[in-house]
Design a binder for this molecule. Structure first.
Ligand SMILES: O=P(O)(O)OP(=O)(O)OP(=O)(O)OC[C@H]1O[C@@H](n2cnc3c(O)ncnc32)[C@H](O)[C@@H]1O
Ligand SMILES: [Ca+2]
Length: 508
């Protein structure tokens, strides 16, 4: 018996309508994603620039930084794009012809005009900060110091950039800004503001201490949990929503050039003998000097009454241990008006955390090949001792390209660095591993200039800048995933039941 033919239900207009609705729904979801993604796409980068001149005692360098304007309050976005070393010595060396100080900077200011797009000149701030060389000139002749600064100011003011001042920064500023620079570049200010912060005992990032060795001064700066007993050494920062209790001290006349001068004066023979045998120079090394040159610094003026040969010759004898004994004579540890001191009666709390040592700390240790591997304190001393005992002719032959002034002083500088860190600051064999010798960090020089600019351009906010809970990539990813998931559900229902059950009244 033939089975009764069941009339095929006509496709009702409802089924077609549902299909069209489903397609429109999918299109609407896709349109929604595109709108949201386009709306939240990062804006085209507007790059900003800043220039800082570091007018140091031994030389001046011009640094150019840039950063994306829309992110300027985020940490770690400012990058160094250029360093221009100014020909000649530091600006304080122009004290006899102050009017020539400014023109000496012109070549590097012109270089900055090549690096920075012309349409940015007017909005690019240019700062000059002078350090210990100018502090010493100001001590010995304030009028000449002002004339040097005026010459520098005229040159920078006549540049096409936005001149923001030329000033002598304090040793405290120099220490503080060096600390800000290395912690900014090491990303130590970023506190993950996401859910991680809600975890109990989430380990906050610790900051690194800063050790800066210049030619005329040296700075030590680090966070201390102890009470800082002298106000001059105490700094309080609130950066990216966190408070920092920072210790800093700048030792004027303890940069390595002035320390050498102190060491020579302390060990000058009082007799008419016109030869100084100095263990801090390699054997066979000879250098002519004069009393007037030696005493031409406020760092040794107290000794200028000493009689001594007018002109004399320094002859190296290359003995590390005798050199170290001479160097120790410039550190006074006999008195301390506080609970604890570093040297010369200066308060210093217990050393805390890791340290980044830069400038001459780096130049010297880099020459001695001691910046990479984690050499122990004894290995470092051994390496310096070896270098000191090498004859000068051998050293000069091996390093023909290194400036004689630098090359001849690595023995002294090595012995000085060990004495400063160990006898001066109290580093020892146990915490020596906490010191890293840094030249550049992520392509930017370790030094005070970046921190100085960040502060003056207000790019380090006290509070964490508001940031979207999700990064742009995560946001887009989630949008696409859930939209596809939604369309997939729709499709499954539709295909599964033609007249999808899930669309039946009362299900959705
Ligand atoms: O901070 P202040 O005290 O003003 O001094 P500065 O800023 O001029 O000091 P630098 O860090 O430029 O240099 C510190 C010392 O290192 C020396 N120096 C600079 N570059 C050097 C290099 O490449 N190799 C060896 N020594 C270097 C320089 O002559 C100084 O004696
Ligand atoms: Ca310096």
């Amino acid at each position: 018996m033939e089975e009764p033919k069941v009339a095929k239900p006509k496709k009702t207009w409802k089924g077609k309508a549902l299909f069209i609705l489903g397609v429109l729904f999918a299109l609407a979801v896709i349109a929604l994603i595109i709108t949201a993604v386009v709306q939240n796409k990062p804006l085209p980068e507007n790059i900003k620039y800043g220039i800082v001149l570091d007018a140091g005692s031994s030389h001046t360098s011009l640094y150019i930084y840039n950063w994306p304007a829309e992110k300027e309050n985020d940490t770690g976005v400012v990058k160094q794009v250029e360093e221009c070393k100014v020909e000649g010595n530091g600006i304080s060396s122009y004290y006899k012809e102050p009017g020539k100080a400014g023109p000496s900077l012109e070549a590097c200011v012109n270089r900055a005009q090549q690096v920075i797009p012309e349409n940015k000149y007017k909005e690019t701030p240019i700062y000059l900060g002078a350090t210990a060389g100018m502090r010493l000139l100001r001590m010995s002749n304030n009028t000449l110091a002002n004339e040097v600064l005026l010459s520098v100011e005229n040159t920078l003011r006549s540049s096409p950039f936005d001149f923001q001042g030329a000033r002598i920064i304090t040793g405290q500023d120099e220490g503080a800004y060096g600390w800000i620079t290395i912690n900014y570049l090491l990303n130590n200010f970023v506190q993950d503001s996401s859910v991680l912060n809600l975890l109990p005992n989430f380990r906050k990032v610790e900051t690194s201490g800063a050790l800066d060795l210049g030619g005329a001064s040296t700075q030590i700066t680090f966070v201390s949990n102890e009470d800082i007993e002298s106000q001059d050494n105490s700094l309080h920062f609130r950066l990216y929503g966190k408070n920092y209790n920072v210790y800093t001290h700048s030792f004027l006349c303890y940069g390595k050039d002035q320390a050498l001068r102190q060491q020579l004066v302390k060990n000058l023979p009082s007799t008419e003998n016109s030869t100084i045998f100095d263990p801090c120079f390699n054997s066979g090394y000879r250098r002519n000097s004069s009393i007037s040159e030696l005493y031409s610094s406020p760092c040794v003026s107290e000794y200028s009454t000493l009689d001594g040969p007018i002109n004399f010759e320094i002859k190296g004898t290359g003995n590390y241990h005798l050199c170290k004994a001479n160097v120790q004579s410039i550190f006074n540890r006999t008195h301390c008006p506080y609970s604890q001191c570093s040297f010369n009666g200066v308060f210093q709390p217990v050393l805390q955390g890791k340290f980044g040592a830069f400038s001459a700390f780096y130049f010297v240790m880099d020459f001695l090949k001691l910046t990479q591997e984690k050499a122990t304190l004894d290995e470092v001393k051994e390496r310096i001792q070896q270098h000191c005992s090498r004859p000068w002719d051998e050293v000069k032959t091996e390093f023909p390209k290194i400036k004689v002034k630098y090359l001849s002083e690595y023995c002294f500088s090595g012995a000085y660095i060990i004495t400063l860190l160990e006898l001066g600051y109290g580093f020892n064999a146990d915490n020596w591993k906490d010191i890293s010798f840094l030249g550049k960090i992520s392509g930017s020089d370790a030094g005070w200039t970046l921190g100085y600019m960040l502060n003056l351009t207000n790019m380090i906010p006290a509070e964490l800048p508001p940031s979207p809970p999700l990064s742009h990539g995560v946001y887009v990813g989630l949008m696409v995933f859930f939209s596809i998931f939604l369309v997939f559900i729709m499709l499954t229902c539709w295909l599964g039941h033609r007249k999808p059950r899930c669309l039946q009244k009362g299900i959705i």
